[in-house]
Design a protein around this ligand. Structure first.
Ligand code: PDD
Length: 285
């Protein structure tokens, strides 16, 4: 069965799906994206993802090229046509196709829309979560607005590759003050020695993860202490537990940071129980 992509109004087999070489996404990374989890055929936290998409577009002054309603219909159609039960749906919008010129193209240039979906290896993901992952730390080299979910991901690509080359699954960026910002494609969390759940405040320096937002709601139902504050690499090394969050992996326990074992080197009880509880709090549509 060929995979099907939605590209600017058409559903096409991936091999035939293409955008112009003058697409501003291709030339300037001038665009934004979203990734939603698909679970048992339903989209998880779609409303929050679409709100964030709207915000990213607004920040870059890219007009939404279709109604939110039309977009949700397309997302479902792509999930259906690709027979995705458990996986992700990917939405990308760029400023459109125009002769190369850094400044914005003429008014009326239509933004490009691409939607794809694919299945994820849920068994493999569960196995990984049961073992926990290793992360490495790398210097923060991104621009000052990672809160915009831009398709410009070069530092993230290099960080993830560095992780892979060192046998790790994720890289956590560290700012100039020695504080962890977030992962190459995840938000970063620790549980300190005195049992406080900590994640960095969602200012302009990190992406306000939807999984992060929903998990904060889950934490409010628990008798755990939670604080949004910055934390250092040294604090992370000493943590009882650590984990990463993203739509594609929910709560992923971290058992090693650089060459330091976290806790007893196995997934911590809080991370495990948050992973189990997450979907009871998430919206399905
Ligand atoms: N990544 N931080 C960064 C830099 C991310 O790229 C992501 C998501 C997150 C977590 O956000 P959310 O919980 O909304 O998925 C944090 C997606 C999954 C990706 O790029 O594939």
């Amino acid at each position: 069965m060929p995979r099907i992509a939605y590209v600017n109004g058409r559903y096409l087999p991936i091999r035939e799906a293409s955008v112009s070489i003058e697409d501003r996404g291709y030339q300037f990374s001038d665009g934004v994206y979203e990734v939603c989890e698909v679970r048992a055929g339903a989209i998880i936290d779609e409303r929050l993802h679409l709100e964030r998409l709207r915000r990213s577009l607004d920040e870059l002054r890219i007009p939404l090229p279709l109604s939110p309603r039309a977009l949700t219909v397309i997302m479902r159609e792509i999930i259906r046509r690709n027979r995705v039960r458990d996986g992700i749906v990917y939405v990308q919008m760029t400023r459109g196709v125009a002769r190369r010129d850094h400044a914005f193209p003429p008014p009326g240039t239509t933004p490009s829309v691409v939607v794809t979906a694919r299945s994820l290896d849920t068994v493999g993901n569960e196995r990984r979560a049961a073992q926990g992952i290793t992360v490495i730390t790398v210097p923060e080299t991104r621009w000052a607005r990672p809160d915009i979910k831009s398709i410009s991901l070069l530092p993230n690509v290099l960080a993830k590759q560095a992780a892979r080359e060192r046998g790790a699954a994720e890289a956590w960026f560290v700012d100039r003050d020695g504080r962890i910002t977030e992962g190459a494609s995840t938000n970063a969390w620790i549980i300190t020695k005195d049992r406080e759940v900590v994640t960095r405040p969602a200012d302009n320096g990190i992406l306000r993860g939807i999984t992060r937002t929903v998990l904060i709601q889950v934490l409010k139902t628990r008798s755990l202490r939670f604080e949004e504050r910055t934390f250092t690499v040294a604090e992370a090394y000493e943590a009882d537990e650590a984990f990463a969050t993203a739509a594609s992996q929910i709560v992923m326990p971290v058992v090693r940071i650089d060459d330091r074992m976290i806790g007893d080197g196995t997934p911590g009880p809080v991370a495990k129980s948050l992973r189990e509880a997450f979907h009871a709090h998430a919206e399905r549509s």
